[in-house]
Design a binder for this molecule. Structure first.
Ligand code: EPS
Length: 389
C-alpha cells in the first residue's frame, strides 16, 4: 500500500492541469459535486482577475474510479484550461523584466532563460486548482470519519475579523462565509475588506492577508512524536508554505506564544466522562492555544492552522526592476492578475490541510479498503477509551 500522496502537473496556459492522488483506500465514494464546488469557490472572491471569467474549472476523473467509487488505484483528475495558448508564440510574448516578489528572476536564472514566461507558467497560482482537487478528494475520506475542515479569510491587509470557529457553529459559519464576497464569515469585516481591495486597485497595487483552516472531529494521536518527519504540525507547515505567495504559517497561538508566560500559553486538561463517546475521548480543553497539536500529534482539540499570504506580486503600477536581456533598469512587466487572491487562498489552505490530515489518518489506520480502515479506527478508539476503565 502506497502512502497517501499526490503530484500535480500542468502549465497555467497549457492544455490542462493534472493531479494524481495515490494511496486512497478502495470503496470510497468520491463526491465530484463537492470537488467541483470547491474548484468553483477557488475561482471566486472579491478582487480576482480576468482569468476567472474565462475559466470554468471542472475536474474530469481519468483513473482510479469505477462509478465514482475508488478502486485503490491512483486517482487522476484533469482540469482543462480554456486559455490554452502556450504553443502559440503570438499569444505568449516573452517577458524580459522580472516582477519583484514573483518567481521570475530566480527561476529565469535557475533555468538559464531571459524569458520569465518559461518560469511563470508553472509558478503561477493556477496550479492550486490541481491541489484543491486533490485535497477535496481527501476531504471525501475525512468525511467518512466525521472530520471536517473549514477554511476562511481571517484578514485582508489590516482588516481582520475576530470570529472564533467552533464545531456547534460550523453550519452557521459556513453559510456566513459562503455569503461573503471575501470568504470571511463576518459581514461587517467583509465590507471593510472589499473597501481595502478597492483602495489597492485604485493605487494600482495589491493586498495579501491571513487565511485560516480549522479541522473538527479529530481523535488524539494523528501524527507522531517519534520521528520529526511524521510530526503533523511539521507536515502542515510544509503543505501551507508550499502554497504560492505564502510567507508564514502558524499553529494555534503561533508567534504570539513567544511573548507570553507558560501558564498563559498551555491549555489546561479536564476529563469529562460525558464526552468519552466523542472523538476527543473526553479530554477537554477550555482554550486551544496549542491549535490542536502537542508533540506533533493531534490532541483531540480542533486543528487551527493560519497562513500569511503576501500581496500578489504583479502590480499594475509596476516596480523597479531590470531587463534580463539588456541589463538596463526597467519597470517590471505587467501580466493579467488579481488585486487580491486571499479568498482563493482560503480554499487552498483548507484543502492542503485536509490532505495532510487524511495522510496522517492513512498512516495510523492503514487498510486497503475503506471498511478495513474504519474497523482499525474504531478498534483504536475503543482501546483508548479502555485506558480509563
Ligand atoms: C490564477 C490564474 C492566473 C493568474 C493568477 C492565478 O491566470 P492568468 O495569468 O492567465 O491571468 O490570474 O496567477 C497569479 C497570481 C500569478 O502570480 O501567477 C488562478 O487560476 O488562480
Amino acid at each position: 500500500m502506497a502512502n497517501l500522496d499526490y503530484i500535480t502537473a500542468g502549465e497555467s496556459h497549457g492544455p490542462a492541469l493534472l493531479t494524481i492522488v495515490s494511496g486512497l483506500p478502495s470503496g470510497l465514494r468520491v463526491d465530484m459535486e463537492f470537488i467541483n464546488a470547491e474548484l468553483r469557490r477557488r475561482q471566486g472572491g472579491f478582487g480576482r482577475g480576468g482569468r476567472q471569467r474565462i475559466e470554468t474549472d471542472i475536474a474530469e476523473p481519468l483513473s482510479g474510479l469505477k462509478q465514482l467509487v475508488t478502486l485503490g488505484s491512483p486517482l487522476t483528475f484533469r482540469i482543462p484550461n480554456k486559455d490554452n495558448r502556450l504553443d502559440d508564440p503570438s499569444k505568449t510574448p516573452p517577458l524580459r523584466t522580472p516582477r519583484p516578489g514573483h518567481a521570475d528572476l530566480a527561476g529565469s536564472v535557475k533555468y538559464l532563460t531571459t524569458d520569465c514566461r518559461d518560469v511563470l507558467e508553472r509558478a503561477s497560482a493556477r496550479e492550486t486548482a490541481a491541489r484543491v482537487a486533490a485535497g477535496a478528494a481527501a476531504s471525501c475520506l475525512l468525511r467518512e470519519f466525521g472530520i471536517t475542515a473549514f477554511g476562511f479569510v481571517r484578514s485582508v491587509h489590516q482588516v481582520r475579523t475576530d470570529v472564533t470557529p467552533s464545531a456547534p457553529a460550523l453550519a452557521e459559519l459556513t453559510a456566513a462565509r459562503d455569503a461573503s464576497e471575501t470568504f470571511c464569515p463576518d459581514p461587517a469585516a467583509t465590507e471593510r475588506q472589499k473597501d481595502m481591495i478597492r483602495q489597492a486597485g485604485m493605487e494600482k497595487s495589491t493586498v495579501g492577508g491571513l487565511v485560516e483552516c480549522h479541522v473538527f472531529g479529530l481523535p488524539p494521536g494523528l501524527g507522531s512524536c517519534m520521528d520529526w518527519r511524521d510530526r503533523l504540525d511539521a507536515r502542515l507547515a510544509y503543505a501551507v508554505m508550499g502554497i504560492q505567495a505564502f510567507k508564514a504559517v502558524e499553529i494555534g497561538l503561533g508567534v504570539e506564544t513567544a511573548s507570553r508566560f507558560g501558564h498563559e500559553v498551555h491549555d489546561p486538561i479536564r476529563f469529562d466522562p460525558a464526552l468519552v463517546g466523542t472523538p476527543s475521548l473526553g479530554y477537554v480543553r477550555d482554550s486551544n492555544n496549542a491549535g490542536g497539536t502537542e508533540g506533533g500529534m493531534t490532541n483531540g482539540s480542533p486543528l487551527v492552522v493560519r497562513g500569511t499570504m503576501k500581496p500578489i506580486s504583479t502590480l499594475l503600477r509596476g516596480m523597479p526592476s531590470v531587463n534580463l536581456s539588456t541589463g538596463q533598469a526597467a519597470t517590471s512587466d505587467y501580466e493579467r492578475s488579481d488585486i487580491s487572491a486571499v479568498s482563493a487562498a482560503s480554499v487552498v489552505i483548507q484543502q492542503v490541510v485536509a490532505f495532510e490530515v487524511a495522510r496522517a489518518l492513512r498512516v495510523k489506520f492503514g487498510g486497503d479498503s475503506l471498511g478495513e480502515m474504519k474497523t482499525q479506527f474504531e478498534t483504536y478508539l475503543q482501546a483508548a477509551r479502555a485506558l480509563h476503565l
